[in-house]
Every structure is written in structure tokens, then in C-alpha cells.
Design a protein around this ligand. Structure first.
Ligand code: NDP
Length: 483
């Protein structure tokens, strides 16, 4: 049953957009070489003009970060650094509504998600790492782990503020300084975060933000003044970065793509599993590296699960991301919409059966209806490639061994889900699934204390973010006796 709701739009009045934003270097906003525009993907309206950082701007940002590292941040006691991180965390909480509305305007994700997931988790990451800042000697890396230096961080457009928090909070807690490049289509919350750094009186140069495109990212990772690179994005670019850093000896962590299997056994409670499937693939329009984009359902319950899933998909509300009732927002960019459309056409051409939720799409902006493909074979592109959109490919299995075989039949290895009432089956599956994270009877759960990252030898990247394990990526532990 579908209830009709009156529109409940969140007000934009809390956000003060500037016409033009500079680069955040050395604690101040400064002009750069050229400018570009950032738009709302839901309306295609221009939101602001943003500065494109060229190599000389990146150079200035790295120099500012180096100076702050040497003179201030690396020599400051951990308990003092912790105070700044606590202050930033509290300011994120205080300005939560503003950050959530701005994120939704620039990214297209539903306000319900930016308000209830992205922003609270971003604050939680700063709180969590603030607590580590004066306890690094007790984290299991020896008594005196040292910071690495200046960190270059490149992040994508799917969780702009949250990915910033995943990168900046551990780097700062460990005593490093950073130069961060947000994605071209979603720079605004990173620039608001720069204002928060000013408000927190963070020493100039500890955080620097250079907006721009792929070329800016390339200039940053290639810069000789960078000691460590942290990247989240596509596997293709990740490989390029790994190659670029291989000859320089820079430390690198990569968080790349995924094609996660969400495995539903015949004893799973169907309604709960369907909620998990919906959350797994339609959360954030499927723009999630660990999205449950391949549903593996036990053959005996296939028809029941699919019928319940279609019913549930029919109740999803797609539209204005600022409306508090909206479940599915806008696709982040025209380029991403084209990519999704192309892969979906391939799915149809290769013989899979498509069903899309019958929801009207707005006239302006970039939209794609929640879609499910059945009759999918493992050879189909929609079963192998990351679509990064609200598109689910369904395959079936008969035995747990077949489920493992099919789930692992992917070059990726970021996440997986298992739905069953049997604890023993969960453990059996979890020990065989080649994925960095395995969720049991839930999906897409995140916590700052829980490490996240790709499975060794597969193509979802390496290194961990979050938890005690995530600290290691930002520390030089070679001189520490207990390692
Ligand atoms: P990219 O990997 O190209 O972008 C991620 C970040 O890297 C952005 O800030 C981007 O800048 C920057 N970048 C691009 N090229 C380089 C380079 N050569 N050196 C350094 N930095 C670079 O992802 P896209 O946005 O192009 O998305 C393409 C596909 O990648 C998606 O369809 C999706 O499948 C996948 N993807 C996966 C993500 C994940 O979390 N695993 C996140 C985003 C995308 P700019 O934005 O300006 O291009």
C-alpha cells in the first residue's frame, strides 16, 4: 500500500551560498588560476562558482601544509591536537542542519540521508579520532608511533562530507597535515568545512582544500612534497594512482569500487531481508562503493522475495531531495546518469529482464527510477561491472557452496551481506566470502570504530579506514619497538 504524503521540503534558508569560493590554503580563502560552476543535480541550477586549482595552487597548498606540519602540528602534544578535533566535531554538530541541506543541494541525495547518516557520522568520526589523539602510544603500534608528514587526499562525490571526515580526522589525530581535493561535482560541504576549521581556530595550514577536477587530483598525488596519498574513487583511477606512487615510495591507501553480493537464504525473514536489499542498493541512489548490487537469492524463495521486493520498490518516493519524505534523490551528474543508462541498456540487450518502479521522473535534473534485473547470468555486464546507480541484478543459487562461488566471482572484494536465521551459516559464509566487510542480517552499517576496506589481492583497494586499524595508515610505526 502506498500512502500519499504532502510535500515537506526542508528550508534552504539556513544555507548562505557565496557567489564564488576560493581555495582554502594556509587558513584563508585565496584566488586560484580559473573557476568552474557547481550545480544542483536535482534542478541543474547553478549553485556557486568554485576555484579550479592548477599545479601552482597545489604547490602553495602543499607548502602551507608542510610549514604547519613542521612548525605546529607534528610538535603539538596529542592532547592539544585532540582538543581541536573535539571542537571540530562539536561545530559539525552545531551546524548539522546547514551541512545537511548544503550536501543535499550539491549532491542530490535525500535530506533524510544527509541529515540522519552523513552528517552525524562525520561528527562521530571526529569525536572518535579526537579520543585517539593522545593515546596513539597505546594503539598497539609501539610506544611512539610518529606522523607521516603531509597527506594528499582525493575523495569522490557520493559522500562528500563523510569521505572528508574519514580522511581528515585520522590524519589530524595522528599528527599529519592535509591537502584535500573534493570531487568536482560536490565541493561545497568541503568549503563549508574549511569555514568550520577557521571557526575552530585550527592553526593555519593544518587543513588545506583545493577544489578542481581530475587534473588537480593528479597534480596533488604526483607532488613531491606529499608523504602519503589517500584516495577513494574508481578502481581505474586508483590503479593510476598506485602506479604514479609506486616509483616515489609514497605511502598509499586506496578505497575503490565494489560489486557486492547480498545473499538471501530460504530461512531469512522475507520482509526484513527486503528492507536490507532496498537499503543495500537504493540508499544514496546506489552511489555507494559497498552497495549490495548483486542479489543472490536461494532458488526456492526467489519468487516470494522478488514479489515482496517489487511491492516495496513501488512505495519508494523519488523526487525533490530536500523533501523529507523522499527516499530516492537525484543522480549526481549527467555523466553518471549516462553511465547508468548505458549499462542498463546493455543488460536489456544481453537478455536480462528489467523491471523499474513506476514512479514519475521530474522534468529537470538527473533521475533514474529504482530498477531490478532478473534472469541475469554471471557473464552479463550488469553482473560484473559497478553500475553505481539504483540498479539491482538478481541471480539465484541452490546451495551455500554455490552462493559462495557466485558471490566471490568478481574482481572486487569490498563488502557482502548474508541473510539467514542460522548463526552457524553466517559464520560459515563469512569465513569464505572474499570481502573486506561482511554484514549479517543487515547492510550498509558504518561506525567510526569499525575498520572498512578492500579484501587483499582483489580490486577494491588496500588499507583500512576507521577503527584502530585505520590509524596505522597515518603513522610511521617502523621505529616502534612493539610492532
Ligand atoms: P573518479 O575515480 O574519477 O573520481 C574520484 C576522485 O578522484 C575525484 O575527486 C576525481 O576528480 C579524482 N580524480 C579523477 N582522476 C584522477 C587522477 N588521474 N588522479 C587523481 N585524482 C583523480 O570517479 P568518477 O567520479 O569519475 O566516477 C566514475 C566511476 O567510479 C563511477 O561510475 C563509479 O563506478 C566509480 N566510483 C566509485 C567510488 C567509490 O566510492 N568506490 C566513488 C566514485 C566513483 P573529479 O571529480 O574532478 O573527476
Amino acid at each position: 500500500m502506498r500512502f500519499e504524503y504532502s510535500p515537506a521540503p526542508e528550508s534552504r534558508a539556513i544555507v548562505t551560498l557565496r557567489d564564488s569560493y576560493g581555495l582554502f590554503i594556509g587558513g584563508a580563502f585565496v584566488p586560484g588560476s580559473s573557476v568552474f560552476k557547481t550545480i544542483s543535480p536535482a534542478s541543474e541550477e547553478v549553485l556557486a562558482e568554485v576555484t579550479h586549482a592548477g599545479p601552482e595552487d597545489v604547490d602553495k597548498a602543499v607548502a602551507a601544509a608542510r610549514q604547519a606540519y613542521e612548525r605546529t602540528w607534528s610538535v603539538m602534544p596529542g592532547r592539544e591536537r585532540g582538543k581541536y578535533l573535539f571542537r571540530i566535531a562539536r561545530l559539525i554538530q552545531e551546524r548539522a542542519r546547514e551541512l545537511a541541506v548544503l550536501e543535499t543541494m550539491d549532491n542530490g541525495k535525500p535530506i533524510r540521508e544527509s541529515r540522519d547518516v552523513d552528517v552525524p557520522l562525520a561528527a562521530a568520526h571526529f569525536f572518535y579520532h579526537a579520543g585517539w589523539a593522545d593515546k596513539l602510544g597505546y594503539a598497539g603500534f609501539g610506544p611512539s608511533p610518529r606522523p607521516l608528514g603531509v597527506v594528499g587526499q582525493v575523495i569522490p562525490w557520493n559522500f562528500p562530507l563523510l569521505m572528508l571526515a574519514w580522511k581528515v580526522a585520522p590524519a589530524l589525530a595522528c599528527g599529519n597535515t592535509v591537502v584535500l581535493k573534493p570531487a568536482e561535482t560536490t565541493p561545497l560541504t568541503a568549503l563549508l568545512f574549511a569555514e568550520i576549521c577557521q571557526q575552530a581556530d585550527l592553526p593555519p595550514g593544518v587543513v588545506n582544500i583545493v577544489t578542481g577536477d581530475g587534473a588537480t587530483g593528479q597534480a596533488l598525488v604526483a607532488h613531491p612534497g606529499i608523504d602519503k596519498v589517500a584516495f577513494t574513487g574508481s578502481t581505474e583511477v586508483g590503479k593510476e594512482i598506485a602506479r604514479a606512487c609506486a616509483v616515489s615510495g609514497k605511502r598509499v591507501t586506496l578505497e575503490l569500487g565494489g560489486k557486492a553480493a547480498n545473499v538471501v537464504f530460504d530461512d531469512a525473514p522475507v520482509d526484513q531481508a527486503v528492507e536490507g536489499i532496498v537499503n543495500g542498493i537504493f540508499f544514496n541512489q546506489g552511489h555507494v562503493c559497498c552497495a549490495g548490487s548483486r542479489l543472490l537469492v536461494q532458488e526456492s524463495v526467489h519468487d516470494d522475495v522478488l514479489a515482496a521486493l517489487r511491492r516495496r520498490m513501488g512505495t519508494l518516493r523519488l523526487g525533490d531531495p530536500l523533501d523529507k519524505n523522499t527516499d530516492v534523490g537525484a543522480i549526481n551528474s549527467r555523466a553518471q546518469l549516462d553511465k547508468i543508462t548505458e549499462l542498463v541498456s546493455t543488460g536489456e540487450a544481453e537478455g536480462a529482464a528489467r523491471w523499474s518502479a513506476p514512479c514519475p521522473l521530474p522534468d529537470r535534473g538527473f533521475w533514474f527510477a529504482p530498477t531490478v534485473f532478473t534472469e541475469v547470468s554471471q557473464a552479463h555486464r550488469i553482473a560484473r561491472e559497478e553500475i553505481f546507480g539504483p540498479v539491482l541484478s538478481v541471480l539465484t543459487f541452490r546451495t551455500p557452496a554455490e552462493a559462495v562461488e557466485k558471490a566471490n566471482n568478481t574482481p572486487y572484494g569490498l563488502s557482502a551481506g548474508v541473510w539467514t536465521e542460522k548463526g552457524s551459516l553466517i559464520l560459515w559464509m563469512a569465513s569464505r566470502l572474499r570481502a573486506g566487510v561482511v554484514w549479517a542480517n543487515t547492510f550498509n552499517r558504518f561506525d567510526p570504530s569499525s575498520p572498512f576496506g578492500g579484501y587483499k589481492y582483489k580490486e577494491s583497494g588496500f588499507g583500512r579506514e576507521g577503527g584502530r586499524h585505520g590509524l596505522e595508515a597515518y603513522l610511521d610505526v617502523t621505529g616502534s619497538a612493539d610492532v
